[in-house]
Write a protein that binds this ligand. Structure first.
Ligand code: PEP
Ligand code: MN
Length: 342
C-alpha cells in the first residue's frame, strides 16, 4: 500500500483479494502496510492489474520465490537493523564479540570492556546454552541475562543472546537487543512464530544441515509472523570433513545477497572450532561482503566452560581487530559505492 494509505483503502484491498479467491497475509510497518496475497490462481496477471488499479495500492508484484517477504523480489534495498548504536546491513561493518557462555560477573565485564575498547559494538554471550550433552553446563539463565544487562550499562555495547524456547522469548526480550536463534533451533517453528511478536531483532543461525532455501524459509516464518528485523548468520555446516568443527559455506554470503535483502553475519568461531583459524576466516568474511562478524572471545579460553578451543583471548581479539582495519576500509569503500543513488 502507499505510505499512509487509509484504513478504509486497506480494508477494501483485503476484501478484493478474498473476492479474487486468495488468502490475505499482511504485515504492518510504521509507515506502510504490505499485504501478502497467498494462493494459487489461474488469472494472476489480471488480478495483479486489478489490484494495482485499486485506490491506495502502490504496487502489486508477483513473487516467485517460496520465501516471499525475505526475498530480493519483494525488496531490492538491503534491510538495515538497529541494535543499540549499531546498524547492521548499513554502511558500517559490525563486529559482535564475547564468550560462548556467560560464566561470571568478572568474566563478562572484563570481556565486555576489552571488546568495546577493541571496536566491537555488540556483546555476545549465551545465558541459555544448547548443549549436545545433557550433562554439560546449560547456562546461567536469568542470572546470566542480568549480568549481560550490567555489561551493557557499563560499556554501551548492545547485547545479543540466545533464546532456546518459545516459553523464554518474553524473558530474553526484556534483556536482549538482538535475539539469537541457534543452529539447532533453526527449524523450531513454535520458537520462530513466537519471535514474530517479540519486538526485538532476531539473528537466525543456519542449521547444521540446512540448505539456503530452508534457512530463508525459517527467516520467512519470523517475518510472516510480524517481525521484519532478521539477520542471517552463516556458522558452518556439517560435511564429511573433520579437520574443522564445521565447514564454512563462505559462498552463502553472496548467494544470500542475490536472493534476499536481509543482512548476513559470519561466525568464524563455530565455523572452524579452532582459534588459530579464526583470523583467516574473519578476513574472508569481510572480503566477501558479509555485513559483520560474530566471534567468541574469553579472558581465559583454557578455563572456558564452553567452546574454549575456538575462543580468542582478549589480546588476540584486539590484534585481529587491528589486522582487519584495512580490509574493513576496502569493504566500506565498496559499500558506499553500492549504496550511492544511481
Ligand atoms: C553459540 O553461538 O554459542 C552457539 C551455540 O552457536 P550455534 O547455534 O551456531 O552452534
Ligand atoms: Mn559457542
Amino acid at each position: 500500500m502507499r505510505p499512509h494509505a487509509s484504513k478504509a483503502e486497506i480494508e477494501h484491498v483485503r476484501e478484493r483479494i478474498q473476492e479474487l479467491g486468495f488468502r490475505v497475509h499482511s504485515i504492518e510497518g510504521d509507515e506502510r502496510v504490505v499485504i501478502g496475497v497467498v494462493g494459487v490462481g489461474a488469472n494472476v496477471e489480471s488480478c495483479l492489474e486489478q489490484l494495482e488499479a485499486t485506490p491506495g495500492v502502490e504496487r502489486a508484484v508477483r513473487i516467485s520465490a517460496p520465501y516471499k517477504f525475505v526475498s530480493k523480489e519483494f525488496r531490492k534495498e538491503k534491510t538495515v537493523i538497529r541494535a543499540g548504536k549499531a546498524e547492521i546491513g548499513g554502511d558500517e561493518f559490525i563486529t559482535m564479540a564475547g564468550p560462548c557462555s556467560v560464566e561470571s560477573e568478572k568474566q563478562i565485564m572484563d570481556t565486555a570492556e576489552a571488546v568495546a575498547a577493541a571496536g566491537a559494538t555488540i556483546l555476545r554471550g549465551g545465558a541459555f546454552k544448547p548443549r549436545t550433552s545433557p550433562y554439560d553446563f546449560q547456562g546461567m539463565e536469568g542470572e546470566g541475562l542480568k549480568l549481560l544487562a550490567k555489561a551493557r550499562a557499563a560499556t554501551g555495547l548492545a547485547i545479543i543472546t540466545e533464546v532456546m524456547s518459545d516459553k523464554d522469548v518474553g524473558l530474553v526480550a526484556e534483556y536482549a537487543d538482538i535475539m539469537q536463534i541457534g543452529a539447532r533451533n533453526m527449524q523450531n517453528f513454535a520458537l520462530l512464530k513466537a519471535l514474530g511478536t517479540c519486538g526485538r531483532p532476531v539473528m537466525l543461525k543456519r542449521g547444521l544441515s540446512a540448505t539456503i532455501k530452508e534457512w530463508l524459509m525459517s527467516a520467512e516464518y519470523i517475518v510472516a509472523h510480524g517481525n521484519p528485523d532478521v539477520i542471517l548468520c552463516e556458522r558452518g555446516i556439517r560435511t564429511f570433513e573433520t579437520a574443522t568443527r564445521n565447514t564454512c559455506d563462505i559462498t552463502a554470503v553472496p548467494v544470500l545477497d542475490e536472493l534476499s535483502h536481509l543482512p548476513v553475519v559470519l561466525d568464524p568461531s563455530h565455523a572452524t572450532g579452532k582459534r588459530s583459524l579464526v583470523p583467516a576466516l574473519a578476513r574472508a568474511g569481510v572480503a566477501i561482503g558479509a555485513d559483520g562478524l560474530i566471534m567468541e572471545v574469553h579472558p581465559h579460553p583454557e578455563k572456558a566452560i564452553s567452546d574454549g578451543a575456538q575462543s580468542l583471548t582478549l589480546d588476540q581479539f584486539s590484534a585481529l581487530m587491528k589486522e582487519l582495519k584495512p580490509y574493513v576500509a576496502l569493504w566500506k569503500a565498496a559499500r558506499v559505492v553500492e549504496l550511492a543513488p544511481a
